[in-house]
Design a binder for this molecule. Structure first.
Ligand SMILES: C[S@@+](CC[C@H](N)C(=O)[O-])C[C@H]1O[C@@H](n2cnc3c(N)ncnc32)[C@H](O)[C@@H]1O
Length: 224
């Protein structure tokens, strides 16, 4: 199959989505990394448009992501800010180190070493990937650095497959690492994850979903 990918890591299979872009199916989680309606389209809708990044593409900011996956959100941000003088720090988390090593060899032909934290500078964008379980690595990393994030891409697998990344405690941690005007976006619109967000001190906004999905969620910090 010509999917444009080379040497896909073990436990994944390429999946062609309806907008012509490919995603990966994870055998371990039994889930696709993106909507079958369109991997690139979904990335753009939830994390470029809904996060308001498109209208802020001259503004320096720090972005945090739950689940690096194929790095599509990162590539979309890199593209968006390619002609901008803004400086971006993109901090992501990924439990599967093989996927991250594959990403560098696939897109940039760079052999990265196995490390707990992978860092790379691309012109005006610095990329930091915390390897391991995000509930642990995020806590450890933000204890050491004195920074607050402006955007959160909540892009773990579904709450059913990745329950620990949709809990009230997780959303409290995300609130603690956020600046006061931070925006969190996600494809999920389930009542339970919205309740957890609200219990953790976030305000919910209902947005239109992508593809066959009716709704999505944007959250901002509740200052009351
Ligand atoms: C939906 S995919 C992310 C897609 C990705 N954001 C992109 O732009 O291609 C979810 C990712 O979360 C990762 N993941 C699952 N559990 C995790 C955990 N506990 N900590 C960190 N990453 C995790 C999975 O390995 C998978 O790559």
């Amino acid at each position: 199959m010509n999917n444009g990918f080379i040497n896909i890591p073990p436990n994944y299979e390429p999946v062609l989505t309806e907008d012509g872009s490919y995603t990966l199916y994870s055998k371990k989680y039994d889930e696709n990394c993106h909507s079958t309606s369109g991997a690139d389209g979904e990335t753009h809708k939830y994390f470029v448009i809904d996060s308001k990044l498109e209208e802020e593409n001259q503004k320096s900011q720090i972005i945090f992501e739950t689940g690096f996956g194929l790095g599509k959100n990162f590539l979309a941000v890199k593209d968006l800010f390619s002609n901008s003088s803004a400086k971006i720090h993109f901090i992501s988390t990924e439990i599967d180190e093989n996927l991250v090593l594959w990403f560098f060899s696939e897109y940039f032909k760079i052999e990265k070493e196995s490390q707990k934290i992978i860092e790379h500078q691309f012109d005006n964008i610095s990329l930091t990937i915390l390897i391991g379980d995000a509930t642990v690595t995020t806590l450890e990393y933000f204890k050491e650095v004195n920074i607050k994030v402006d955007k959160i891409f909540q892009d773990a697998f579904s709450p059913k497959k990745n329950p620990s990344l949709w809990t009230t405690d997780w959303f409290k941690l995300l609130k603690n690492i956020s600046s006061k005007n931070a925006i969190l976006t996600t494809y999920s619109a389930s009542h339970s994850i919205r309740n957890n967000l609200q219990d953790a001190g976030w305000c919910i906004e209902n947005l239109k979903g992508f593809g066959k999905k009716k709704s999505a969620t944007r959250a901002t910090i509740n200052h009351e």
